[in-house]
Each structure stands twice: as structure tokens, then as C-alpha cells.
Design a protein around this ligand. Sequence first.
Ligand SMILES: NC(=O)c1ccc[n+]([C@@H]2O[C@H](COP(=O)([O-])OP(=O)(O)OC[C@H]3O[C@@H](n4cnc5c(N)ncnc54)[C@H](O)[C@@H]3O)[C@@H](O)[C@H]2O)c1
Ligand SMILES: O=C(O)[C@H](O)[C@@H](O)[C@H](O)[C@H](O)COP(=O)(O)O
Length: 303
Amino acid sequence: MHIGMIGLGRMGGNMYKRLSEAGIKVTGYDRDPAVSDVASVAELVEALPAPRIVWVMVPSGDITRGTVEELGNLLSEGDLVIEGGNSRFSDDFEHAKVLSAKGIEYVDCGVSGGVWGLKNGYGLMVGGDAKNVERALPVFDALRPEGPREEGFVHVGEIGAGHYAKMVHNGIEYGLMQAYAEGYELLAAKDIVKDVTGSFKAWTRGTVVRSWLLDLLVKGLEEDPGFSQITGYVNDSGEGRWTIEECIANAVPAPVMTAALYARFTSRQDDSPAMKAVAALRNQFGGHAVTSAGPTSGAGAVK
Ligand SMILES: NC(=O)c1ccc[n+]([C@@H]2O[C@H](COP(=O)([O-])OP(=O)(O)OC[C@H]3O[C@@H](n4cnc5c(N)ncnc54)[C@H](O)[C@@H]3O)[C@@H](O)[C@H]2O)c1
Ligand SMILES: O=C(O)[C@H](O)[C@@H](O)[C@H](O)[C@H](O)COP(=O)(O)O
């Protein structure tokens, strides 16, 4: 088998290696010529045997959209595009529409595993027609973790369903991470607790809360005790927001995932305008003290 890979960054680059190690020939294109086998998407398409399979692994949104459109102009009827980035599931409907106008097939694939996927394999969640999923099965088998297929791969449903499952996976990821993080802060705040890292490490075996995220938290604490080298500013790439949008659209109550998303927004504020308003209101109705924003800030509460 010989496929194309567009986007050879942290994910696509490692997937290229894992596929190659499994005996699947890969021709790669990246806008960075230093890591590319070919100079353009057109050259990539030329290099592949028909009917072609091209895996897209570039940043989601406009870049993925542009890449799919370019492929739509270059590929032929019967070729297959697999889109593996963290795209919003609704983008898949547009990608499929653009390609199907030319008779090009489309499968969406949610991919989990990050930079560890090269070694551990990737969790794969796929949406699309069964015939296309079947056709790409050797690729999915090479990328997924070793072991039973159903423990690292799922054909979730129609086009968009793969990315929908990945979106929900990431919403859960937000909630799990937030729970570990709040437990960390509480342990670190208590004077009688002398070994915070050791407590987390002890939980990695036997306990109800053991998990890979917990293992990674211990790794992070051992590398940087007390997280002294980083700030608590946390970005988000969209999956958490889309999860909450879908919860609202389907009237699914999701207080944990929502709070975890909002905690990230809070992490980006030096001072909260909302909490300033709360402090000001307490002061207005009850004469309660507020803390000055001026040079004396922090020391004394002013009326
Ligand atoms: N990093 C993760 O843990 C992770 C996990 C699952 C899915 N994803 C998704 O996989 C995709 C790739 O993520 P990544 O972490 O590898 O990002 P990355 O930034 O490491 O790599 C992206 C690569 O795409 C290339 N690129 C950008 N625009 C291009 C274009 N127009 N044509 C060709 N190449 C182009 C860049 O040069 C870069 O090498 C994203 O959609 C991301 O959301 C990431
Ligand atoms: O399952 C995974 O491998 C991760 O979820 C992966 O997809 C990535 O690290 C997230 O995109 C980060 O998402 P945020 O930037 O929203 O935290």
C-alpha cells in the first residue's frame, strides 16, 4: 500500500514514521520543504498510485479547508481523502460535499494519542461509508495501538461521526484534567501534607483514579516540582467549546465539562472584571472592604 500524508508536524510526522515501520509506503507533503518528500500537493498526487488515498493532518479550520479544496481540484473519481485533524464535525459535511462533487470519497478520523502515538499507537474514531473505512483498514490498523481492533479503533457512524466522537473525548479530557488539577491544588495547600507528588504517584496503581492522565501528571511534577517553571495560563483549541455548544443544542447538562472550559478562560485573566464588579457591589450595598488597585494594593483593604 502507498498513501499520501499532508502535514508532517508533531502528528503527521510521527504517523508517517509509524505507517512506514508497518510497511505502508508514505509520500509526505508539508509546506515546510525541510520535511517534505515533494514540493507541492500536485506533486504528491502525481506520486501516488490510483485509486489514491491521501491523509490530511494539518491545523483544523481554514488550513484544512484549503487543503481539502486543493485536493478536490487535483484528485480523481474514486480517490479517498481521510481527514485526521481536530476539525469540528460540521466541517466534515462541507469537506465531503466539496469532494463528492468530483466523485472523491471522504472519511473523517478523530485521532488521539498526541506525541506518544508513534510508540503507543493512536486511538482512532472514524466516520463515513463502510466501503471507504474497509478500504483504509490497513492504514487504520497500522496506526492504532496493538491489541484487539475494537480497543483502539471504532467506525462510529456517518461522515462527521468520527470527529464528533473525538470532540466528546476531548470534552471528557477537559473534565478529567480539571479534577486532577483541583485535587493537586488542595493537596498542595494543606500544611499537614508533606508529599504531594508522592500521593499522586501512589495513586497510579491500584486506585480508582489511576489513568494515563494521572501518570502524565506525576511525570510533569517529577520534571518540575511545584510547576515552578510554568505559569497557569491554559489555551484551548476549540474541541471543548464545540462540546459545550453541542450540549446546549441537545439539552444535555454538562456542568463538569463546562466548568473545566471556563476554568481555562479564567486562567488567562490577570484580574477578573467580573470579580471586580462583585467586590464593588459588596462595597456599594454593605460597605464591605475592597482591595485597592493602586500602589498600596494587597496590603490594606480600603473601604
Ligand atoms: N498535537 C496533538 O496532540 C494532536 C492530537 C490529535 C490531533 N491533532 C490535530 O492534528 C493536526 C496536526 O496537529 P499537529 O500537532 O501535528 O500540528 P503541528 O503544528 O505540529 O503540525 C502541523 C503541520 O502542518 C504543516 N502545515 C501547515 N499548513 C500547511 C499547508 N497549508 N499545507 C501543508 N502543510 C501545512 C505545518 O508546517 C506543520 O508541519 C491538527 O488538526 C491538530 O488539531 C493534534
Ligand atoms: O486526544 C488527544 O490526543 C488530544 O486531545 C489532542 O487532540 C490535543 O492535545 C488536543 O487538541 C488539545 O486540545 P486543547 O488545545 O483544546 O486542550
